[in-house]
Design a protein around this ligand. Structure first.
Ligand code: GUN
Length: 280
């Protein structure tokens, strides 16, 4: 079994990004990311701070806007509108989830597609779907980057995605379909889940259910990607029963230290991409 070490792979990618950012800065362009956090969800706050720290480490411009839980939808939309107009901002990210009185759909659609570095805007989702990707969501992109780094053969392989969120499940399936994989989607209502997962050459667990994927559900030698970030007794735990599944998997991502670090790195990648597309 080989460990897919997200820290190592993202470290390599960050070095490449650092060089690219340096070149851009020498040409008068500093890639900029604006992050908006509404409320004080502790996990969200920690993700947002880590995004900001990474921006700083790479020499990018970063703006963090922290708004109280009581912020109205109109106030949030106005903030987004201001960043849409701000030429020093190449990417806008509104941390999800949002408080229940704010429509996620309206917020996502308020970010202009040219600055939608999360790739959540329906236009960008549609572009991925139709084979003309502009911004691809960061976690799916990070997963592809890991597979490519490890020279995992994707073409013609059976990929099974467990989970159908707009953030991970659906876009990662589209991305790997574009790489010529044969993709199946499973979810919480799937009958006989194990019957599907056991066939996977590449199994992606993104259901948000701790230790959902057990050893008997994984084919010998399969590549197992665990996107789960579940809190169990105060500890971070993936969707895969790592300790047992590692004995059958060919490659597997740990949690933490697998997909997580890749997601932030690909957010930086998308922001740099946006900066390179700036109109002169
Ligand atoms: N919440 C959890 N993951 C993400 C993400 O990738 N982007 C945003 N904006 N919010 C999230």
């Amino acid at each position: 079994m080989e460990l897919l070490n997200g820290k190592e792979i993202s470290g390599q990618k960050r070095e490449e990004l650092f060089e690219e950012i340096t070149r851009l800065k020498n040409n008068g362009i500093t890639p900029g990311l604006a992050v908006i956090l509404v409320g004080d969800h502790p996990a969200s706050r920690s993700y947002v701070l880590s995004k900001q720290r990474t921006c700083k480490e790479l020499g990018m411009h970063s703006v963090l806007t922290e708004l109280p839980e009581s912020t109205t939808e109109a106030e949030l939309l106005a903030r987004i509108g201001a960043f849409n107009q701000d030429p020093s901002v190449d990417g806008i990210l509104v941390q999800l989830p949002l408080p229940p009185h704010i429509s996620e759909r309206k917020v996502i659609e308020a970010i202009i597609p040219e600055k939608d570095v999360d790739g959540f805007h329906p236009l960008n989702a549609g572009k991925l779907f139709t084979g003309d990707p502009a911004f691809v969501p960061c976690t799916p992109l990070g997963i592809l980057e890991m597979l490519k780094y490890k020279n995992v053969d994707i073409k013609g392989k059976r990929v099974v995605v467990v989970g159908r969120s707009n953030i991970v499940g659906k876009p990662v399936g589209q991305l790997l379909l574009a790489e010529d994989a044969t993709v199946s989607f499973c979810h919480s209502k799937t009958n006989n889940l194990a019957e599907h997962t056991i066939q996977a050459d590449i199994l992606i667990a993104a259901a948000g259910s701790a230790k959902l994927v057990t050893k008997d559900m994984v084919k010998q030698g399969a590549v197992v990607i665990d996107v789960g970030m579940n809190k169990v007794d105060g500890k971070l735990c993936g969707d895969v029963d790592f300790e047992k599944v590692k004995d059958v998997a060919g490659m597997i991502t740990p949690v933490p230290g697998g997909v997580g670090p890749m997601t932030i790195t690909m957010l930086m990648n998308n922001t740099v991409l946006s900066a390179k597309r700036r109109k002169a």
